[in-house]
Design a protein around this ligand. Structure first.
Ligand SMILES: Nc1ncnc2c1ncn2[C@@H]1O[C@H](COP(=O)(O)OP(=O)(O)OP(=O)(O)O)[C@@H](O)[C@H]1O
Length: 259
């Protein structure tokens, strides 16, 4: 299931504004890659290019390549909707469909993908996905109740279950814990460590301790200068980035000298 992603010289635009320039990196399968850096340097923008969500903004576009295994996701003829179903996304604020039941929330992606399934098959996928998201024990007796009745941390795990249900290759997470309390955060971090056995995970986080705890590789983004685009300064094993980074800007950032 997990796939490797090669990003090659990617420039990312909002209309004429070049937000991020010249990103090249390899994202390893069955591993967690964390993206860190100061506000506005383009981490979320970059993350959204990995599943072609960036282009949902009018006039937003990219130049360069994002290659998953052997396929350039931006090649002509590639269906962005299919890309988004292969590369799931979890957002900062848990966003279950509020009036839908817990069970229907998990099944929503499958229905959107027009997968025809028998009720019993659907129930199996719902259970497997909730188990994989470490939520099954807490909700198994109230699957028909609305998703909005869950705590914030449970809602975020519900969103992860919804993302997993369509069996994606990759999971993108944009600050998935920033709206959560420490106990829910720990539940999501534990979950990431389990999920990486099967998925390629990329997480944007402002919390450097979190990056250090959960990720195998860390990429540091920064603005090239005032009024300049963001760029990837370096990416390396997380232990290296947090102990002996190659670039001074990385060292200054992780030691709290700026950002
Ligand atoms: N929809 C948009 N339209 C135009 N410009 C945008 C849009 N979204 C983001 N930008 C710009 O792109 C640049 C990168 O923003 P982005 O949100 O990706 O940064 P970030 O590193 O994720 O920031 P933060 O850590 O604060 O979330 C910023 O200059 C931002 O103003």
């Amino acid at each position: 299931m997990a796939k490797r992603i090669e990003v090659k010289d990617l420039d990312i635009y909002y209309d004429k504004f070049l937000a991020v320039q010249g990103v090249s990196m390899t994202i390893q399968p069955r591993a967690v890659t964390a993206l860190i850096g100061p506000s506005g340097c383009g981490k979320s923008t970059f993350l959204r290019t990995l599943n072609r969500m960036h282009e949902l903004v009018p006039n937003a576009r990219v130049e360069g390549q994002v290659v998953m295994d052997d396929q350039d996701l931006y090649a002509s003829g590639v269906d962005p909707v299919k890309v988004r179903s292969q590369i799931g996304m979890v957002f900062q604020r848990p966003n279950p469909f509020p009036t839908m039941s817990i069970s229907d929330n998990v099944a929503a992606g499958l229905k959107l993908n027009n997968k025809r399934m028998k009720r019993s098959e659907l129930d199996d996928v719902v259970e497997q996905s909730l188990r994989a998201a470490n939520l099954w024990a807490e909700v198994k007796d109230r699957l028909g109740k609305p998703g909005s009745g869950l705590s914030g941390g449970q809602q975020q795990r519900l969103c992860i279950a919804r993302a997993i249900a369509v069996q994606p290759e990759v999971l993108l997470m944009d600050e998935p814990c920033s709206a959560l309390d420490p106990i829910s955060t720990q539940a999501i971090e534990d979950l990431m460590l389990q999920l990486k056995e099967n998925y390629t995970i990329v997480i944007v986080t402002h919390n450097m301790q979190q990056a250090a705890r959960v990720s195998d590789s860390t990429g540091f983004f920064n603005l090239r200068g005032v009024g300049q685009p963001g760029e990837l300064v370096e990416i390396d094993e997380t232990t290296k980035i947090f102990s002996t980074p190659s670039k001074k800007a990385t060292e200054d950032y992780i030691s709290g000298r700026f950002g």
